[in-house]
Ligand binder design. Sequence first.
Ligand SMILES: Nc1nc2c(ncn2[C@@H]2O[C@H](COP(=O)(O)OP(=O)(O)OP(=O)(O)O)[C@@H](O)[C@H]2O)c(=O)[nH]1
Ligand SMILES: [Mg+2]
Length: 337
Amino acid sequence: MSGFRETFGVISRNLNWYPKHMNTGLKQMQAKLRSVDCVLEIHDARVPLSGRNPNFSHLLVGEKPHIVVLNKVDLISSESKRKIKDIYEKTVTKNLIFTNCKNDQDSGVKKIVPMIRDLIENSNRYHRTGMDEYNAMVIGIPNVGKSSFINITRAKNLKKATALKVAPSAGVTKMVHMRVKISTNPLIYLFDTPGILTPRVPDPTAAIKLAVCGGFPDHDVGLMLIADYILFTLNKQKKFRYTSFLGLEEPCDCITTALTKGAIHTNRMLNLKSYIATGPVKKPDFDLMAKMFIDKFRKAEFGKVVLDDIDQFTQFEEVSDDIDLKENEVFERSTNT
Ligand SMILES: Nc1nc2c(ncn2[C@@H]2O[C@H](COP(=O)(O)OP(=O)(O)OP(=O)(O)O)[C@@H](O)[C@H]2O)c(=O)[nH]1
Ligand SMILES: [Mg+2]
């Protein structure tokens, strides 16, 4: 098959998700900053460019020592990792760690405590000078692995059980938590925080990429739209392993056709009552198929994929001046949950 889509086409509505807990959480985080010595910004390595909340640096990081953690490194290739490292070291920070929070032997996880210690010891702590305990705040957009990161650094350094709830959907952590101890010598605590998006994600393509990585609730975006973007991406990157899961003879660029064939192949059919035919009528279970397709992609079963075009990187987006806390409040009223 040739002639895949060159571009994804128009996404007919804005994908925005800014529930009340994000606005409240952001205010709690800003209030906590007085007792924080260092900020750890966690990203999903599959969206190293579009996954950065441009407001974090002025709303939460400021002059504080700052570490960028690119998590879920198990889902990208080592070549992509090298390119992303290069981009971040040149344009953002050299305090950069790649982690896989699913692996307690991960080499990145081992670097966290020494890096936090060194950065804080070499910084001006102002009113916290002389305090023995080091506090760091973990920030990021939803579902990037903030709570997992705290759990695994705690398990690694203190051999303590999981402290925080983790799940594969966005918006699990809804408030700034009690701090969690991750090291005794030096004494380090981490604050877990809710995932925060910008009130309006201005670029619809960036928004759909975040949705593919689970940064928005799947049902708010629509399973078919997410599945379609995944199919588009896999074809564009010539990763055709999905064909065997869907029982396709060749790659296909139409999500309805792909999932229909997949439903027949895997026997995910719905039996519907018919008022015309004598027996029940079989129909593909699109929701189930789309969900399975998305889940497999998110586990990198169709290949390791970076959704941003890191080869074409020029610079990170400028901070948009029109997004401030007053606007957050307006959006808060217009969204639910
Ligand atoms: N493959 C992979 N999955 C990860 C990794 N870290 C976390 N996850 C998974 O990502 C999902 C989200 O993890 P959480 O720790 O709940 O993410 P969070 O950022 O705290 O999410 P919110 O609280 O909703 O903002 C879970 O299913 C984790 O198991 C990683 O390094 N690799
Ligand atoms: Mg969480």
